[in-house]
Design a protein around this ligand. Structure first.
Ligand code: ADP
Ligand code: MG
Length: 624
C-alpha cells in the first residue's frame, strides 16, 4: 500500500508559519515591513495583550486591488520579486511572499485595503488559510490588517508564548527596528488603548532621540563615511551614554536590521579605552552597500547576514566610528585608526619617495626629541622615569604578524577576537630597564634595549613619530604651542593652488607653533617654527607638509588639525638610517615610554617596538 500523501494547504501553511511567525513580534515585523514596502508615510501599530489578542497595522500605502488582496494570502505570493536574479537587487523589506500566508494560517485575519484609484476597497476575512468572507467596502486608501488570537489553532505554540511583558518587549524591539530605519515615516504604537510611541517624521537624529530617549539629544555623534564600496552613516552615543546593558545597538544593512556580533565587535573596538570594558556603546548605524555584495537570504527571519567581503566591512565600520569619535573630540584622536589598508594606499605613502626620505634623513631634525626641557613640554606624571616602564602593551608574536597584512585582521581564524591589536592594553606586561642598561643602535634603524623579560627592539622612526605625534597633539589640544623665532625670517613661494591650501591651513599651523604670514598671493613669510623642530630647513618642511597633506586630504577625512599634527609628526620624525648618539638613543627610549600609547605608530598600523620574551627566545633555540 502506498503511504505518501500531499499535505493539505492549511497544514503546510501552518508548518511554514512556524518559520516566519514565532511570536507576536514576528507578525509585527512582517506587517510593518509590508506597510513600509507599500510606500506608506504613516503607519500605526495597535496591539492588545502584547499581540496575543490583536495585532493591527494601519497604513496609508498604495493598497491592493481586489484580486491582489485575495492573492496576497497565498504562499509564495509576492509582488516584490519575479525571478531569482531579483533576489540580488532587493530593495524591499519583504520578498518571500510568506508572511501573509503564514499569518492567515495561524490567526484570524481581517484585511481592508484600497488603492487610491479605486472607488471601493476590499474586505477579506480569512482563518486557517480559508477565506471566510470577501466583499467590497468603503474606506480611505491604504491597508489595514488585523490578526486576532494568534495561534488560536495551534495550542502548543500558544502555550509557548511568554508573559505579556516579555512579548511586549519583543514587539517594541521590532517596532523600533523598523521605525529607526525609516525616520521619514511617522509611526505610532498603541498598546491596550494607550499610545506608547508617537514618532514624527524627521531626521535620523530626531528619530533616535524620540525613539530612544531625550537624554540622547546632546549625547550623540553623527557618523558619515562614504566611498565607492560602502556608505556608512548613523548616530552613535558618546562614551558617557554607554550602558551596562546591551541596549540601544542597531545595525542596518540596506535599511534592514541585522544582528552581527562581527560588526558589533568592530564598533565596540572603536570605543576601546573610551568606555569601561563591561559597558556597551549606543549606536544606530546604517550600512549601504551594493545588494549584490550581501546575502540576506540565509536565515528565515533575515537578521543574519552574509557579506561578500566582511573584512572590508569590518575595517570600514571600525574606522568610520573611530573617526567620528575623534572628530567630535570625544576621543583624543590619537591614532588615526584608519585601518591599515587605507594606510597602505599609495596616495598616503607617496610623499615619501626615496629622494625626500634621504633629504629628511640627512637633515638635522633629530634634535627635536632631545629638547625635553623646553617650555611647553609637559611631563606626564613621572612616566618618563625609566624605572616606571609599566603596564605598556607589548605586541605579541601573533600581533606582529598581523601588521604585515594589508588588514589588521586574521583571515585564518573566525574568532573575532583575533582582530584586537591596537586595542589591547595588556596590564600584566612590565617592561623595565635598569638605569644604566646599555642601549644599542642596530642598522642605524633599530634600537635594542634589554629589559627584564628579554629585550625589545624599537624602530627609531616609528617611535619618534609617536613621540612627536603625541607632543603636537598635546600642544594643539592645550593651545600651549611654543614657537621659536627665526633670526632671519625665511620666505616660501608656492604654486597658486598650494598657496591657497597653505592659506587655509594657517590657523592650524599656528596651533602647532608656526608663525606664518601671507606675503602676497603665492608667498609666505616664516618667522617662527614649532619649538620641537630644528631650525634650518623650515621651507622644506612646510613644502613636505603641504605635499603630504594633499595626499592625505584626498583619501580620508580628518579634521585639518589632526591632519596637520599627523603630517608634521611624520615629516619631522627622525628617519631610519640616521646614526644616533648614545644620549639621543636614551632620550628617544625615554620619550617613547612617556607616551600615552607607546607601542603603536600614530597611523596605528605598525608597532613602534617589538617585545622579545625569554620564552620566545628559548623556543627559537628549541628549549622549552
Ligand atoms: P512579501 O512581503 O514577501 O511580498 P507578504 O506575504 O508579506 O510577502 O505580502 C504579499 C504581498 O501582499 C506583497 O508582495 C504585497 O504586494 C502585498 N501586500 C502586503 N501587505 C501590503 C500592504 N500593507 N499594502 C499593500 N500591499 C501589501
Ligand atoms: Mg512582507
Amino acid at each position: 500500500m502506498d503511504i505518501i500523501q500531499l499535505l493539505p494547504d492549511n497544514i503546510a501553511n501552518q508548518i511554514a508559519a512556524g518559520e516566519v511567525i514565532q511570536r507576536p513580534s514576528s507578525a509585527v515585523k512582517e506587517l510593518l515591513e509590508n506597510a513600509v514596502d507599500a510606500g506608506a508615510t504613516n503607519i500605526q501599530l495597535i496591539v492588545q495583550d502584547a499581540g496575543k489578542a490583536l495585532i493591527q497595522v494601519i497604513d496609508n500605502g498604495k493598497g491592493m486591488s481586489a484580486t491582489d488582496a485575495r492573492l496576497s494570502f497565498e504562499r509564495h505570493a509576492t509582488s516584490k520579486i519575479r525571478k531569482i536574479d531579483d533576489l540580488f537587487h532587493i530593495k524591499t523589506m519583504g520578498f518571500r511572499g510568506e508572511a501573509l500566508a503564514s499569518i492567515a494560517a495561524v490567526a484570524q485575519v481581517e484585511l481592508k485595503t484600497k488603492r487610491k484609484e479605486d472607488e471601493l476597497g476590499t474586505y477579506i476575512e480569512i482563518q486557517n488559510s480559508t477565506v471566510l468572507k470577501q466583499e467590497p467596502c468603503a474606506m480611505e486608501f491604504g491597508t489595514s490588517i488585523s490578526m486576532k488570537n494568534l495561534f488560536f489553532n495551534v495550542p502548543a505554540r500558544r502555550n509557548f508564548l511568554k508573559s505579556n511583558a516579555s512579548e511586549m518587549r519583543h514587539i517594541i524591539e521590532e517596532f523600533l527596528r523598523v521605525a529607526l530605519a525609516f525616520p521619514q515615516i511617522s509611526f505610532s504604537l498603541i498598546n491596550n488603548g494607550q499610545e506608547v510611541f508617537h514618532l514624527e517624521p524627521g531626521s535620523l537624529k530626531q528619530r533616535v532621540v524620540q525613539a530612544l530617549g531625550n537624554n540622547l539629544n546632546a549625547q550623540t555623534v553623527p557618523v558619515k563615511d562614504e566611498n565607492d564600496y560602502i556608505n556608512i552613516y548613523g548616530i552613535i552615543g558618546k562614551p558617557d551614554v554607554s550602558k551596562k546593558t546591551r541596549g540601544d545597538q542597531y545595525i542596518f544593512v540596506n535599511n534592514r536590521f541585522i544582528k552581527s556580533n562581527y560588526l558589533n565587535h568592530a564598533i565596540t573596538g572603536a570605543y576601546s579605552e573610551l568606555i569601561p570594558n563591561e559597558n556597551f556603546p549606543m549606536y544606530v548605524l546604517f550600512l549601504e552597500i551594493d545588494p549584490a555584495q550581501v546575502d540576506i537570504n540565509v536565515h528565515p527571519t533575515k537578521q543574519e547576514i552574509k557579506f561578500e567581503d566582511e573584512k572590508i566591512i569590518y575595517a570600514f565600520v571600525k574606522a568610520a566610528v573611530k573617526h567620528s569619535l575623534a572628530q567630535a573630540s570625544v576621543s583624543p584622536s590619537l591614532d588615526f585608526s584608519l585601518n591599515a589598508e587605507m594606510q597602505q594606499l599609495d596616495a598616503i605613502n607617496k610623499p615619501f619617495n626615496k629622494e625626500e626620505r634621504d633629504a629628511a634623513a640627512t637633515s638635522d631634525l633629530y634634535k627635536t626629541f632631545t629638547q625635553k626641557n623646553q617650555a611647553h613640554f609637559i611631563e606626564s606624571e613621572n612616566k618618563s622615569d625609566l624605572k616606571h616602564w609599566k603596564d605598556f602593551y607589548t605586541p605579541s608574536q601573533q600581533n606582529i604578524q598581523h601588521t604585515q597584512q594589508a588588514f589588521p585582521i586574521d583571515s585564518s581564524s573566525d574568532s573575532v577576537f583575533s582582530f584586537e591589536r591596537s586595542d589591547v592594553k595588556s596590564s600584566n606586561v612590565e617592561i623595565s630597564l635598569s638605569d644604566n642598561a646599555p642601549l644599542l643602535q642596530i642598522l642605524r634603524t633599530y634600537i635594542l634595549a634589554p629589559v627584564q623579560t628579554g629585550f625589545i627592539l624599537i624602530h627609531q622612526q616609528l617611535a619618534h613619530e609617536r613621540i612627536l605625534y603625541e607632543r603636537f597633539e598635546k600642544v594643539v589640544h592645550q593651545h600651549s604651542a611654543v614657537s621659536q623665532q627665526l633670526l632671519l625670517p625665511s620666505q616660501i613661494t608656492l604654486s597658486p593652488p598650494d598657496a591657497v591650501l597653505l592659506e587655509s591651513l594657517l590657523p592650524e599651523l599656528q596651533l602647532v607653533g608656526y608663525q606664518l604670514q601671507q606675503y602676497d598671493n603665492t608667498s609666505f613669510t616664516v618667522s617662527g617654527i614649532p619649538a620641537d623642530l630644528s631650525m634650518g630647513n623650515e621651507t622644506k618642511v612646510i613644502e613636505l607638509l603641504i605635499e603630504q597633506y594633499k595626499h592625505f586630504n584626498t583619501e580620508v577625512k580628518f579634521s585639518k588639525r589632526e591632519k596637520i599634527v599627523r603630517c608634521l609628526a611624520r615629516q619631522s620624525a627622525i628617519k631610519a638610517g640616521k646614526t644616533l648618539t648614545n644620549e639621543e638613543i636614551r632620550q628617544l627610549v625615554e620619550d617613547l615610554f612617556a607616551c600615552d600609547i607607546p607601542n603603536l605608530s600614530p597611523a596605528g598600523n605598525s608597532p613602534t617596538f617589538i617585545d622579545f620574551k625569554e620564552n620566545y627566545l628559548d623556543g627559537l633555540f628549541g628549549l622549552k
